[in-house]
Design a protein around this ligand. Sequence first.
Ligand code: PNS
Length: 166
Amino acid sequence: MASLAIYPGSFDPPTYGHADVIARASRLFDRVIVAVLVNPGKRPWFTVEERAAMITEACGGSRIEVVTFDGLVAELAQRHGASTIIRGLRGASEFDYERQMALMNRHLNNDVDTIFLMPAMEFGHISSTLVKEVVSLGGAVTGLVPPKIEARLQQRREGGSGIRQV
Ligand code: PNS
């Protein structure tokens, strides 16, 4: 039976760190579903549809499926019959939050386990939040996100009111 993993996140925007995790996951699993979800704790710059389109363009592949979902990751995993959730882990400071999410997801769906993948060292400092902060303050994010995503970020910044919130 083909192995399947779900890689959920807010991807606002997708970065080279996300792309690296997707590439690593696709070497471990036959199929990877990248799921763009709402993080209630964050105010996004892009709609889930825009984020999904950016991921498809930057990291699409025959074994990568990009979906949007407005609900619980645990429920999405059940719907697809997936028993593995992938999350990227850049460092120890993220571990407590990730541990809680992994255990909550297992509480909600006992069939599901979370596997943490470390992005390459050169991507260890990249986060979507910092990318937006740099862009909103007029900095360049070349080398942190693909060029087309950088262009979209700059456009969004120039779009003005209300979207400079990180
Ligand atoms: O990229 P992020 O913002 O760290 O991803 C967080 C995300 C979207 C995976 C998390 O907020 C999430 O799982 N949201 C969906 C709702 C849900 O399942 N919440 C319970 C998770 S414990």
